[in-house]
Write a protein that binds this ligand. Structure first.
Ligand code: ADP
Ligand code: SF4
Length: 693
C-alpha cells in the first residue's frame, strides 16, 4: 500500500536551522523511567521510534549538573565525559534510521532535593525543594552562580554537539526548570537584573538561548521548549499576556518553537480530562509572532488531525510523546497507507504513572515498550511459531485479544471463544463510564487486526466449560476469563469481610457496570482501590441523580491518581459532581439504612445514612474454569492438550496494561523454553570497580 496524498504534507522535510528533519513527526522529549539507570533499554526504545519513522527522536530531560540531580527519577544525565558513551549509542541508534537526534538540557532548579548528589539545590530564591516534600531547601543563586550555571549549560550544549546530537533543546517548561522558575513571578522575588520585569525574568532564558546558538548553532538546531500558559490565570504566564510577550521578545532566536502549556499535569492531560489537540487554543498565536517553525503536542494520534493542525497554520511539526509510546511505528503506518494498523494512545497516563513510581514505564497499548532491548521484543514483528499448532484462547478481554493478535501474527491457528456477544471484556464495559470512551481503543485496535487474520477464528456468545475445552483438543489452551470485584470489602486496609457486606444493597463495580443500582438515592462508595474506578462511578451515579458519598482510608481521594497526574483534576471533577468526600475513613459495617465508618483523623465512629454501598476494594480472579480444566485433565490426560495457562486478570487481577502485556508475553513466548528460575530478561549490570586500597 502507498500513502494517501492527503498526508503528503506530513512527509515534507523541514529545516530546523542548519539541520533538516526528514518529516513532520517529532518525538518530543519524554520521561520513560529508563534513562541513565537502564541505558540499554532506553537506547532500544529510542531506536524503535526512529525505525518507526519519527523524524526527530529526543532524549528525555538530560540534567547537566550534579546540583540539578533528578534522582530518584531515572532521567538521562550528562554531568561529565562518563555520560558520552551511552548518549552516543542513542544517537547512533537514531541516526541508523535517518532521523535527527535531539537532547533536552535541563536543570530542575529548586524542584530537585538532589537526593543522590547531596549538592545544595539552587533556584531564583531561597525556598524548600519541591519534590518528595523533602526537608531540604534550595538556596538563591547569586550572580556568580548564574554565571557558572550559564557556563555549564554552554559546555553541555557543546558536549551534546560533539556526541553527535543534531538538535539541542533549551527548556523552560512544565514549571520545572531553572529558566522557567526565573520566569515565574511566584518563584522569583529577586531585586537584581534577573527579577522584577518580564524582561528581567526572561533574561536568563534569553542568555541560555543566545549562548547555545553562539556555541553550536552553526551545525546544530537550537530549539526552545516553552510553556506559553501555566493554566493558573493571572497568577502564572498566560498565552494572551506574558506568555505571548515572552515569545515576542525572543521570536526569531530559536530555530524551532516547541510550545505547550504547563505544568506537566496540564501538558499531559489524560483522555478523561482533555481531547486530542487540546493545546491548540493556547499555542495558536505563536506562528503569528515568529517566522520560525512551530510545534506543539496534544496526544495527536489521527493523521487527519495532524494535517489539519498544519493546514490551519497552528504548527509546522507534530510533537508527540504518548502517541509515539503507544505506537513507535505510527509515521511508517501513515506513510505506507496502513492507517488501520495505528495503535492509538488511549490517554491513560499509565506510562507516566510508572515513571512517577521511578520504575521503567509501561504502556497500556504497546506491550513491547521498554522491552525492545530487555527482551528483544520488536514493536511490530514477532518470531514465527515453530509448528502449525492450534491455540484455544478462552475470554476476549484485553489479555485474550492481545494473545490472539500476537499468536495470530506468529502464524498459529487460533480459536478465540468469548462468552459475551461483545468482545473486549472489562475494556468494553469500562469504556462506557464517564470520560473513558478512548479506552475502547484497546479493543478496537486488536479486533481490527485479528479480524483480518485468516488463521484466527472468533466465536462470540460462546461460554465454554471444561468438557468443551477438552473436546476441542487444541495443542495449547489459554484461559483468559478475567476477574471480578470483591463484595466483602477486603482490600488493602481491610483483610476480613465487613459485617453486613452480604446484604442485598451492597454492590460492586461489576454490578454497576451491568446496570444494577442501589435501591434508594443515598449511596456510599467505599474506595480502598485508590485508582480511577470509585471516582468515575461517583461521577456516573451523581449524574444519574444519586446522592453520592465516597469514603477512603487514605488521606486523599484516589491517591494513585497523583502518579497519572490526574489527582487534582479528579478532585475538582468530584467536587463539581457534588460527591461528598470522606478521607481517612474506613468502613466498619453495613447496616440497614446506614453505614458505620471510622474517621481515623478525628479518631471517632461516624454513621452515614445510606440506601446502598458500592465496594471498590480489590478483585478476585475468575479462575474456576482453569481449575475445572486442570481437574478434567487429571482424569482424562490424553486429550492432545500440551499446555494450559492462565493469562491476564484470571491469573492475577491488575490494570489493563498488565493484561495486555501478559497476553502478549504468553503468545510471544509460547513454544520457547524459559526456565522459571532464570531472570526472564536481560539485565543492566553495573561495572564494579576494584577494591579501594
Ligand atoms: P482480562 O483483563 O484478563 O482480559 P476481562 O475480564 O477483561 O479479563 O475479560 C475476560 C473475558 O472472559 C470476559 O469478556 C468474559 O466474558 C470472558 N469469559 C469468562 N468466562 C468465559 C468462558 N467460560 N468462556 C468464554 N469466555 C469467558
Ligand atoms: Fe498512551 Fe496510556 Fe500508552 Fe501512555 S500508557 S502511551 S497514555 S496508551
Amino acid at each position: 500500500m502507498t500513502r494517501d496524498p492527503r498526508y503528503d504534507i506530513l512527509f515534507e522535510p523541514l529545516a530546523i536551522g542548519p539541520v533538516t528533519a526528514p518529516n513532520r513527526f517529532y518525538q518530543v522529549p519524554h520521561c520513560n523511567g529508563m534513562g541513565r539507570v537502564y541505558p540499554n533499554a532506553m537506547i532500544g526504545m529510542r531506536g524503535a521510534k526512529a525505525e518507526g519513522g519519527w523524524g526527530i527522536v529526543c532524549t528525555e530531560q538530560c540534567d547537566f549538573l550534579a546540583n540539578g540531580d533528578a534522582s530518584p527519577y531515572a532521567e538521562t544525565n550528562m554531568w561529565d565525559a562518563g555520560d558520552e558513551v551511552y548518549l552516543g549509542r542513542m544517537v547512533e541508534e537514531v541516526h541508523r534510521y535517518g532521523s535527527l537526534a535531539g537532547i533536552e538540557l535541563v536543570h530542575n532548579g529548586h524542584d530537585t532535593p538532589n537526593l543522590y548528589s547531596r549538592e545544595i539545590p539552587i533556584g531564583p530564591m531561597h525556598r524548600p525543594a519541591n519534590w518528595s516534600l523533602a526537608p531540604i531547601q534550595a538556596r538563591a543563586m547569586d550572580l556568580a552562580d548564574i554565571r557558572e550555571y550559564r557556563r555549564a549549560h554552554r559546555r553541555a550544549a557543546v558536549r551534546a554537539r560533539d556526541i553527535g546530537f543534531d538538535i539541542v533543546i533549551v527548556y523552560a517548561g512544565h514549571d520545572g526548570t531553572v529558566p522557567s522558575h526565573f520566569l515565574a513571578r511566584r518563584h522569583n522575588q529577586r531585586t537584581d537584573e534577573y527579577g522584577g520585569s518580564l524582561e528581567n525574568r526572561l533574561r536568563l532564558f534569553r542568555e541560555l538561548l543566545e549562548e547555545t546558538r553562539e556555541a553550536v548553532g552553526d551545525t546544530t538546531g537550537v530549539v526552545v521548549r516553552f510553556a506559553v500558559d501555566e493554566m493558573m490565570g493571572p497568577d502564572g504566564l498566560e498565552w494572551h499576556a506574558e506568555g505571548r510577550e515572552a515569545v515576542e521578545m525572543m521570536a526569531e532566536l530559536p530555530d524551532l518553537w516547541d510550545v505547550n502549556v504547563s505544568d506537566w499535569a496540564n501538558d499531559s492531560k489524560t483522555s478523561r480530562f482533555a481531547p486530542e489537540g487540546y493545546q491548540e487554543d493556547y499555542v495558536a498565536f505563536v506562528k503569528q509572532v515568529t517566522t520560525k517553525p512551530v510545534s506543539t503536542v496534544g496526544r495527536y494520534t489521527s493523521p487527519d488531525a495532524m494535517v489539519s493542525a498544519i493546514r490551519r497554520g497552528i504548527v509546522d511539526l507534530i510533537g508527540a510523546a504518548r502517541p509515539s509510546i503507544a505506537d513507535p511505528f505510527l509515521p511508517r503506518k501513515v506513510e505506507e497507507g496502513r492507517l488501520d494498523d495505528i495503535r492509538e494512545c488511549i490517554g491513560c497516563n499509565v506510562c507516566i504513572g510508572w515513571t512517577q513510581m521511578t520504575a521503567p514505564a509501561r504502556c497500556t497499548q504497546n506491550p513491547t515498550f521498554g522491552e525492545e532491548w530487555r527482551k528483544a521484543w520488536h514493536p511490530e514483528t514477532l518470531p514465527p511459531a515453530r509448528a502449525d499448532a492450534h491455540l484455544l484462547i478462552v475470554g476476549a478481554g484485553p489479555a485474550g485479544l492481545e494473545a490472539a493478535r500476537a499468536a495470530g501474527l506468529r502464524g498459529l491457528r487460533v480459536t478465540l471463544a468469548e462468552a459475551q456477544e461483545e468482545l473486549g471484556g472489562r475494556v468494553t464495559r469500562e469504556s462506557r463510564l464517564p470520560g473513558l470512551a478512548a479506552w475502547a481503543r484497546v479493543r478496537d485496535y486488536r479486533m481490527s487486526q485479528i479480524q483480518r487474520m485468516p488463521n484466527v477464528d472468533i466465536y462470540r456468545s460462546s461460554r465454554l466449560d471444561a468438557d468443551q475445552i477438552l473436546e476441542l483438543g487444541a495443542d495449547h489452551v489459554a484461559i483468559a476469563t478475567g476477574a471480578s470485584w470483591r463484595r466483602d470489602g477486603c482490600g488493602r486496609r481491610l483483610t476480613s469481610p465487613v459485617p453486613g457486606s452480604d446484604a442485598a444493597h451492597v454492590l460492586t463495580p461489576d454490578d454497576i457496570l451491568a446496570g444494577r443500582r442501589p435501591p434508594g438515592r443515598k449511596v456510599l462508595l467505599f474506595d480502598d482501590d485508590h485508582y480511577y474506578m470509585a471516582s468515575v462511578l461517583g461521577e456516573l451515579l451523581s449524574a444519574e441523580g444519586y446522592d453520592v458519598s465516597l469514603a477512603t482510608p487514605m488521606a486523599t481521594v484516589a491517591a494513585w491518581l497523583t502518579h497519572t497526574l490526574e489527582h487534582e483534576a479528579n478532585q475538582e471533577r468530584l467536587h463539581d459532581a457534588g460527591v461528598n468526600l470522606h478521607a481517612n475513613t474506613t468502613l466498619l459495617a453495613v447496616e440497614t439504612g446506614q453505614a458505620l465508618l471510622h474517621d481515623s483523623l478525628r479518631r471517632r465512629e461516624v454513621t452515614l445514612p445510606v440506601d446502598g454501598v458500592v465496594m471498590i476494594t480489590a478483585r478476585l480472579p475468575e479462575d474456576s474454569l482453569y481449575h475445572d480444566v486442570v481437574q478434567a485433565l487429571d482424569v482424562t490426560p490424553d486429550t492432545g492438550i500440551r499446555t494450559l495457562r492462565r493469562v491476564g486478570d484470571c491469573q492475577a487481577p491488575g490494570i489493563i496494561a498488565t493484561a495486555v502485556y501478559e497476553g502478549h508475553r504468553y503468545a510471544r513466548e509460547l513454544g520457547t523454553d524459559i526456565d522459571p528460575g532464570d531472570v526472564p530478561f536481560r539485565r543492566e549490570l553495573h561495572v564494579i570497580e576494584p577494591a579501594m586500597t
